[in-house]
Design a protein around this ligand. Structure first.
Ligand code: MSP
Length: 511
């Protein structure tokens, strides 16, 4: 894969219920990284979609009294519509019920048969339908006569059935060397340690087919078996880039994937099973799995089964999409869980967006409109205050690209918002409004530097709040090829003599 090609994925969502804020968070996070890469000269392929097979979906369809495919068509559409509401820039939306996916799953299965990694036996053990996961005896706890997974808290049931197995146990040492050779395969590092410890404790062979239900992709040449939904689902990352045609341009450009963005609950599937399946099939594992934390409501994971859902569509309608995107990206620290509430969303909109970045843009644009006929020219005599602001900004910019490349979004946002804060302070201290009758040159320099700062901040925030920043960049007449994150470290983004357009209010303060 060419280093300028960047393939990023979200988890494909179970269409087992309405989308919630956890889904929105996963998607927006991946979208921010995708946009960041596009604005840093990369050729990006960004994928999302729906994971439509398995017992969980079959049961959801039965509950709705619909054929599974009709049920999936309906809910998959809801998720597809969500991509528009969240302003995601995905290049494709894959459904695991599509033929292209079916072909890819069969090809992968056949590769595993060929490599001798699959055998037929009987599975006896615990299974959680809601996680679509197998659990060991030591991962089960009993409460009120029912058994639950200690890992996820989900209800489990005892399963005994004929099953094909993948020889996961034989991949233990090879996986550990793979993690060792690829230190950034799993980020953040705390997650990497978690996975390495789990593998070191020993891996059992994995059941990869089920015979007690029908909704899924059948095992080639043994149609009583349905392929385990996780082996099916993980393959979506390949089917979307036209695997098994390994000569296809998309596949050649984008495999191995650059990063799978996932929630920590599905780390085991992506960081253990997936690289093992791929290595066994003679394919390269992805370069990185980034396991983000959970969106909490109070102290609990937000989920349908817990009934504590904030509906992202309602929030977008009430507060706006940039507002939600910014809040989620800022509020949930790198890889950790984040508790969200309407109160803190409103505080965040007011403090960072309306009072800080929004106010900075508004006050400068309206001052220039009212006093300078929308035109500003820079002259050479920089004051100490100008130089100070330039130096402070360039210091804060230094680590930005590195922060983004390591998925360290909170530090990134904090630095950008600090630059906006410093710029507002500079304007308060320099008081350009007092200079319009006695030192127009100095006033022009202050306004020009402020516009320069606004341009840079807008470029930096563009992956996070694309709508508002595009309005500002457009009002500054900055062409899309200059919306490039590598430019923020350079001296100037705007020309010395600049004519701007009017700018409407970007963010309304919530009272
Ligand atoms: N279908 C699987 C993924 C297959 S990928 C080959 C799945 N789907 S899901 O709809 O249950 O979850 C999708 C993503 O949303 C996962 O990354 C999951 O971690 C994330 N979230 C679901 N609830 C969440 C929170 N409350 N908080 C943050 N993200 C969580 O898993």
């Amino acid at each position: 894969m060419n280093p300028n090609n960047f393939y990023i994925t979200t988890p494909i969502y179970y269409p087992s219920g309405q989308p919630h804020m956890g889904h929105a968070y996963s998607s927006i996070l991946a979208d921010v990284f995708a946009r960041f890469q596009r604005n840093s000269n990369s050729n990006v392929f960004f994928l999302t979609g729906t994971d439509e097979h398995g017992l969980k979906i079959q049961k959801a369809a039965e509950k709705s009294k619909l054929e599974p495919l009709i049920y999936c068509n309906n809910i998959s559409k809801v998720f597809k519509d969500l991509t528009k509401k969240l302003n995601l820039s995905n290049d494709d939306f894959i459904r695991t019920t599509e033929k292209r996916h079916h072909l890819a799953v069969h090809d992968l299965w056949n590769r595993l048969i060929k490599s001798g990694d699959i055998y037929l036996s009987k599975y006896k053990g615990w299974y959680s339908v809601s996680d679509e996961a197998y659990y060991n005896n030591d991962e089960i706890v009993e409460k009120n006569g029912k058994k639950f997974s200690t890992f996820s808290g989900s209800l489990v049931e005892w399963v005994e059935e004929e099953s094909f197995f993948f020889k996961l146990s034989s991949w233990e040492r090879k996986l550990l060397s793979f993690y060792d050779e690829n230190k950034k395969f799993i980020l953040p590092l705390s997650r990497r340690n978690e996975v390495i410890n789990f593998v070191k404790n020993g891996l059992k062979d994995l059941s990869i087919s089920r015979t007690s239900f029908t909704w899924g992709i059948k095992v080639p040449e043994n149609e009583t078996h349905i392929i385990y939904v996780w082996l099916d689902a993980l393959t979506n990352y390949l089917s979307a880039i036209n695997f098994p045609n390994t000569k296809d341009k998309l596949y050649k450009n984008f495999w191995p994937a650059s990063v799978h963005v996932i929630g920590k609950d599905i780390l085991r599937f992506h960081a253990i099973y997936w690289p093992a399946f791929l290595l066994a099939s003679g394919l390269k594992p992805p370069s990185r799995v980034f396991g983000h934390g959970w969106i909490l409501s109070g102290d609990e994971k937000m989920s349908k089964s817990k009934g504590n859902i904030l509906n992202p569509v309602e929030i977008v309608e009430k507060y706006g999409i940039d507002e939600l995107r910014y809040y989620l990206m800022k509020e949930v620290a790198h890889g950790s869980d984040g508790s969200i509430s309407l109160k803190s969303l409103e505080n965040c909109i007011n403090s960072d967006l309306a009072n800080n970045y929004g106010n900075l843009c508004q006050r400068i644009f309206s001052f220039i409109r009212n006093n300078c006929d929308n035109k500003v020219s820079k002259n050479k005599n920089l004051s100490n205050a100008d130089k100070n602001l330039i130096n402070q900004t360039s210091k804060l910019c230094k680590n930005l690209i590195n922060d983004m490349e390591n998925q360290n979004l909170n530090t990134y946002i904090k630095s950008v918002i600090d630059i906006s804060f410093l710029t507002n302070k500079y304007i308060n201290d320099e008081e350009p409004w007092k200079l319009k009758d006695n030192d127009v040159d100095k006033m022009n320099n202050i306004l020009h530097l402020s516009l320069e700062q606004i341009a840079k901040i807008s470029i930096m925030l563009n992956p996070i709040i694309p709508l508002a920043t595009s309005k500002v960049l457009n009002a500054l007449n900055i062409k899309s090829n200059l919306n490039n994150l590598f430019l923020v470290e350079s001296k100037s983004v705007i020309s010395d003599n600049i004519k701007i357009k009017n700018l409407d209010i970007l963010f309304k303060k919530i009272s």
